[in-house]
Every structure is written in C-alpha cells, then in structure tokens.
Design a protein around this ligand. Structure first.
Ligand SMILES: Nc1ncnc2c1ncn2[C@@H]1O[C@H](COP(=O)(O)OP(=O)(O)OP(=O)(O)O)[C@@H](O)[C@H]1O
Ligand SMILES: [Mg+2]
Length: 255
C-alpha cells in the first residue's frame, strides 16, 4: 500500500528582487512512499530537500505535478486541495518539524508539546505527562519544561519542535533535519526516540544529513540532485554505495 504518490512535482520561485529570474527548486520529481516506511531524503545543500517537504506540507504551493495522499477519508491531492482541507489534514494526519520552532507561542514548553494531544482529545493531565516523558527522553532539563521556548537556545527549541511533531503519532510525519542543532548524545537519544515512540502506524519522510542516522532509521533513501530525483534505493544499497566511495572521510551525506 502506498500512502503518497508524488508525480512530476515541480516548484519554481519567482525572484522579484533579481529582475524576475526564476529559480527551480524541484524539477519534475516522482516517487512513491509506502505505508509505514521510514524514507530518508538526502542530497547536497540546495538540491531541493526542504522544498520537497514544504510542498508535502503545503507551506509551499507546488508549481506543477501532483501529490496523492491516501488519507483516512480517501485520496487527496496535496498539491491542489483546498486550504481548509489542508488545515484539517495537518490537524489530524500530517505532522511536520522544521529545523527550528518557527512560531513560538507564549506557552510553556510542556504545553506546546501537549497541545496537539489535547486537540486529539487526550485528557490534559495525561497529555502533559506524555509531553514530559518526551522532553525528558530528549534531555531537555526539567526546569525548562515550564519555561517559554522563546528564550530557548536553538538546540532546546529543536527538541521542543521534535517532541511536538511526534507526540500525536501522525499518520505521516515530515522531518527536516530534526537533530541538526543537537550534540551527539542528544542526537542519539532523539533517533532512539523515533524508533521507540513511533510505530508502523506512522510513515516518516525525513531529511537527514548524517549517514549513520540514515543507516539507523531509514528503510529507503531518496537522493535529490540539483532539484531532480537522482535515485530511490534501499538503505542497504545506499550504505553499500556510500561505503565504496573512498573520498569521504566523515559521515556527512552529500550524496
Ligand atoms: N522561498 C524560496 N525563495 C526562493 N528560492 C528558494 C526558496 N526556497 C528554496 N529556494 C531555492 O530552491 C533551491 C532548493 O532549496 P532547498 O531549501 O529546498 O534546498 P535543501 O536541499 O533543503 O538545502 P539545505 O541542505 O541547505 O537545507 C535552492 O536553490 C534555494 O535557493
Ligand atoms: Mg533544507
């Protein structure tokens, strides 16, 4: 069963400041995502990874192509569905964690994370307890749980952001470099949490730039190159190919 069928997805940006020049962010990208899989998106900086996730979450309106999402209420084209339908899907089925917490509500970290659960009908005390567990797993100091994230460091915000996105266990979870600002120990805790907290009921499409992380979490890997799809491979193939490339002393994925 596929949960997403992305067909000829295209995103162009009109650059008004540079005389109307057009920048192509995604150039006819097509691939399917299987229900329950963990799909990693990799590629060089500027290859279109964030643009792809933003089109899936419709923070960007695609310039062309289609994104068939198999929602619990039937198929929806995320590239062209109405705004109201998209907002309902974000509430009920599709989660997204950008690199940092973008809009910072004036509520304590614990309630930022608990809110999506409360909106799903979970009792408030129970929702806050789940939120506390998630933030603790992510090594966020207990004294920050009741503080406002507006004053947090980048890495602290990133943990709140990740906890908020995974808390409701959405059917489709979009993660854009969700551990980029974390120290190695916290990064490992975050990756473990994805493994232990999420189940097969959550399909993940995530951008990761560390090959070890890709190897640990992903079932398949989508490689983007200069706005185009280069290939989709099993993680075993991807790691074997990467391992055979001698000129890579570190484990950064720059496909
Ligand atoms: N809002 C925007 N306006 C104009 N150009 C954009 C916009 N968003 C992305 N682009 C352009 O689209 C291309 C792809 O950008 P994108 O952010 O998707 O890359 P990326 O693969 O996520 O890179 P990184 O690894 O650095 O995060 C780049 O050339 C970028 O400059
Ligand atoms: Mg990006």
């Amino acid at each position: 069963m596929t949960i997403l069928e992305i067909d000829s997805l295209r995103k162009e940006f009109q650059m008004h400041v540079v005389g109307g020049k057009r920048v192509v962010g995604l150039d006819g990208v097509s691939f399917d995502v299987e229900d329950g899989e963990f799909l990693a998106i990799v590629g060089e900086s500027g290859s279109g990874k964030s643009s792809l996730l933003k089109c899936l979450y419709r923070t960007y309106i695609p310039s062309g192509g289609s994104i068939r999402f198999s929602s619990t209420d039937g198929d929806v084209d995320l590239a062209s569905c109405g705004e109201r339908e998209m907002l309902a899907l974000r509430d009920d089925e599709i989660g997204y964690a950008s690199q940092f917490l973008d809009e910072i509500p004036r509520v304590p970290a614990l309630d930022v994370v608990a809110r999506p659960l409360v909106e799903d009908g979970v009792e408030r005390t129970q929702a806050r307890s789940v939120a506390r567990d998630l933030l603790t797993e992510l090594n966020l100091p207990a004294e920050l749980h009741d503080a406002y994230p507006a004053t947090f460091s980048g890495g602290e915000r990133q943990r709140v952001n990740l906890a908020r996105a995974i808390a409701p266990r959405p059917r489709l979870l979009l993660l854009d470099e969700p551990t980029s600002a974390l120290d190695p120990e916290t990064k490992a805790a975050a990756i473990d949490l994805l493994d232990t907290y999420l189940t097969e009921a959550t399909t993940v499409v995530g951008v990761f730039h560390n090959r070890d992380v890709v190897e640990q979490v992903a079932d398949r890997v989508v490689v983007l190159d200069d706005a185009a799809l280069q290939r989709v491979v099993d993680v075993e193939t991807y790691i074997a190919e990467a391992g055979s490339t001698a000129d890579r002393p570190d484990s950064e994925v720059r496909a």
